[in-house]
Design a protein around this ligand. Structure first.
Ligand SMILES: *Cc1c(COP(=O)(O)O)cnc(C)c1O
Length: 398
């Protein structure tokens, strides 16, 4: 056998939606034209409708971190006390960023693989009544853990309704329910290369009325990401600077694709359900193979982190996926490198991808002397699919 197809199976960039890729080739157009303005306006409307929110949606030309930074610089002033909930590499990004901008940071940290409990946040809110904002990851992609954003939002509303709730939902959107309006999510950040199935380069930001009001008094300097200027342009289908036109053409196709699952928020709910099924089937396959999950207590449906078997580096697993099969999967980041490997579910992943991912894993484990009965992990996914997705009435034996 000589053919090995390259397959991008990481949690970002994620597999690309083919029709979006084709649409991106139509980028020989100018962004200050009526045709393009209409596409931008349709994307903004599509984002709001998919998320089912009355918050304003902004499309920024940047990677996701750009919109994270825009949330900080537009809504806070030097010395503002804020709470940062951090349980992984992306939580640490919030910590570094808020400190870099001179905010007075109360850090609530949880060990990698775990999450910051709502009770911890409640205690910190009670101890710091003047807090101006709370930062968290909906899904911490570095560990595969989620946060209970709903309970956190309701706790903030109940104890300190002036604080802004800022959510890095870059791998949360499309993998978990997010009720922006009902849960009080003031700034919600997304990114194109995650569940949106297009390449990196666009960041999304959902901005609540409360966040807009805060911008009137917030003092941190800002220039490229001046959200009030951006919004003035966005209502006309424009942006302050030259946008990533090709990505916006791709985004329009993806939003249409999600609409085929159901109108408005129902389409997004289906995308979430898809990721949740794949994540649940992956956890089942991993434990069936005798492997241990890294974030078992509140797992994210964006990505499943699995511990490498004892005596084996996850780097070997990641390398063999690529060398033997052409598949690109993620190793751990930072201290987790060599210990965990990560299987992604967000965006354009289906159950056939998962059959392949688990079959490869079995072969890799077997080749490295880890005892597996070939086919048992794949059978677990098949059984999950037949029973939970198709809802088969007949007994499925695995
Ligand atoms: C991918 C990701 C980001 C943003 O990374 P960029 O490289 O700036 O796009 C931030 N937070 C989480 C949780 C992510 O998964």
């Amino acid at each position: 056998m000589n053919i090995k197809k390259q397959r991008l199976l990481t949690a970002g960039p994620t597999p690309l939606y083919p029709k979006a890729l084709q649409a991106m080739m139509g980028a020989d157009l100018h962004h200050r034209t009526q045709d393009f303005r209409e596409i931008v306006l349709s994307c903004i409307a599509g984002l709001k409708s998919a998320l089912g929110t009355t918050s304003d949606a902004l499309i920024l030309t940047a990677s996701g971190t750009g919109a994270m930074e825009a949330s900080v610089t537009n809504c806070f002033s030097p010395g503002d006390r804020v709470i940062v909930c951090s349980a992984g590499k992306f939580g640490e990004r919030w910590l570094e960023m808020t400190k870099a901008y001179g905010l007075d940071v109360v850090a609530l940290t949880a060990p990698y693989g775990s999450h910051v409990a709502v009770e911890e946040l409640e205690k910190a809110l009670a101890a710091n009544p003047g807090v101006r904002g709370v930062f968290v990851q909906a899904s911490e992609s570095s560990t595969g853990a989620a946060h209970d954003v709903k309970a956190m939002g309701l706790a903030i509303k109940a104890t300190n309704p002036d604080a802004l709730f800022v959510i890095d939902a870059i791998t949360g959107i499309g993998t978990m329910p997010l009720d922006i309006d009902a849960w009080g999510l003031d700034l919600v950040v997304g990114g194109s290369q995650k569940a949106f199935m297009i390449p990196p380069g666009l960041a999304f930001l959902f901005v609540s009325p409360k966040a807009w009001a805060r911008m009137e008094t917030a003092k941190l300097p800002r220039y490229y990401f001046d959200l009030r200027r951006e919004q003035k342009n966005a209502v006309k289908g424009e942006s302050s600077w030259t946008p990533a036109t090709s990505l916006i053409l791709g985004l329009a196709e993806v939003l249409k694709y999600i609409e085929t699952f159901g109108p408005g928020k129902q389409g997004m709910d289906k995308l979430v359900e898809n990721a949740q099924h794949l994540a649940a089937a992956t956890r089942l396959a991993a434990t069936t193979l005798g492997l241990e999950l890294f974030a078992p207590s509140l797992p994210s449906a964006a990505v499943t982190a699995i511990l490498a078997p004892k005596g084996m580096s996850s780097g070997v697993i990641v390398k063999e996926y690529r060398q033997k099969f052409g598949s690109i999967i993620n190793d751990g980041q930072g201290e987790m490198k060599g210990k965990i490997f990560r299987v992604a579910h967000l965006g354009y992943f289906d159950v056939v991808d998962l059959f392949g991912i688990i079959a490869q894993l079995e072969l890799i484990l077997d080749a490295n002397g880890f005892p597996v009965k070939l086919g048992t992990g794949v059978a677990a996914v098949q059984k999950y699919y037949a029973e939970k997705v198709v809802g088969s009435k007949q007994t499925v034996t695995a």
